[in-house]
Write a new protein. Sequence first.
Lengths: 188, 155
Amino acid sequence: MLEDAQSLARALKRRDPDLLDRLIEQYQFRLFRYLLHLTGNPQSAEDFFQETWLRVLERGHQYDGRWKFEAWLFAIARNLVLDWHRRRKPQSLESLAGPDEDATPFDVADERSESPLEQVLHAEVRTGVQLSLQRVPAIYREVLVLRFQEEMQLDEIAGVTGAPISTVKSRLYRGLDALKSAMQGGAA
Amino acid sequence: MNSDVHERAARLLAERRVLPLAREDEQWLATHLADCADCSAEDVRVAEALSALRAMQISVPRNLAGRTQLRVRLRAEELREHAPANRLVWAVAVMSWIFGLASAPLVWRGFEWLGGELHLPKLVWATGVVLWWAVPALVATGIVLFGHQGRTSAE
C-alpha cells in the first residue's frame, strides 16, 4: 500500500493526466457520495466534485504518500466546502446542511439484483436510514459516513476532519446516538 | 434491572462499533443482551441501520467523471503553458538572491559612506540598507499575490 501511495505521489507531482483520469473514474462514486452527505445538495456536490479534482491537479505535489490517497482527497473536498461556506457566511460544519425537515433524500439506487419484493423492502429501509441520516447534525453525520460507509480508520477520519482522534471517537458515539434517536423519531 | 445497567449497555454498544471492547466488557455486554430484549432489539436496529448505510447507493450525475476529466485536462494544459514563465520568475529570484547576498558588504559600505558624507546618524543609513533590501521584495510579493488573487477571482 505504502509503495502504491509513494508511486501515486510521484505521479501526482508530475500531474500525469492519465493517472488523474483513472483516479476520477475510480473515486467518482465515493467522493460524490461524501460531498452529497456534506452539502445535502446534488448540484453543490457536483460543483465541489469538479473543484476538488482541479485542486488535486494543482496541489498534487503536496501529497506525500504517507496517508491513504482517499483520506487526502476527502480532506481537500471538505476544506473546499468549508472555505466556500465561510466566504459566504462565517459558519462551521456544525451549521452546514443541518437537520432539514423538508429535505428530500437524494436519489437512492441499488444495482444489486433482487426480487421486486426485496427491492421494495430494502428501498424502504434505505430511504428510512437516508431520512434519519439527514436528521443527524452534519458534524456527526460526516464521521458516521466516513466510518461506516467509507470504512476509514479513526486516524484517517482524524486526518480528513482535522480533529484529534478523541474528538472523532466522541463524535462517532454522539452520531450513533443521534442516528438512533432520528430512527426512533422516524418510526414514531 | 435499573436504568444504569441499560445506559452502560448502550454506551458499550456504541463503543463496540468504534473500537473493540475489553474482554470483561464484551462478556458483560453479551450476558446483558441475552437477558434484555430491549437492548438486544436496539442493537439489532442500529446494526441494520449501519448495514443499510453501508449498502446505500446513490446516483452519480450523468457523465460527471467525463466532464471533470475534461476540466482537469484543460486546467493541466493551462498550468503547463504557465510553467515556463513561473520557472523564469524562480530563476530570476534565485539569481537576484545570490547577487544580493554577494553584494551585501558593498551595499553596507556604500550606505555607510553616504551616511558619513551627509552626516546622518547610523540608525538612518542602516534603515536605508534595510529598505534597500526589503522594498523590492515586498513589491514583488505584492505583485505575485495580486496576480494570483486576480486569476482566482477570474476563475
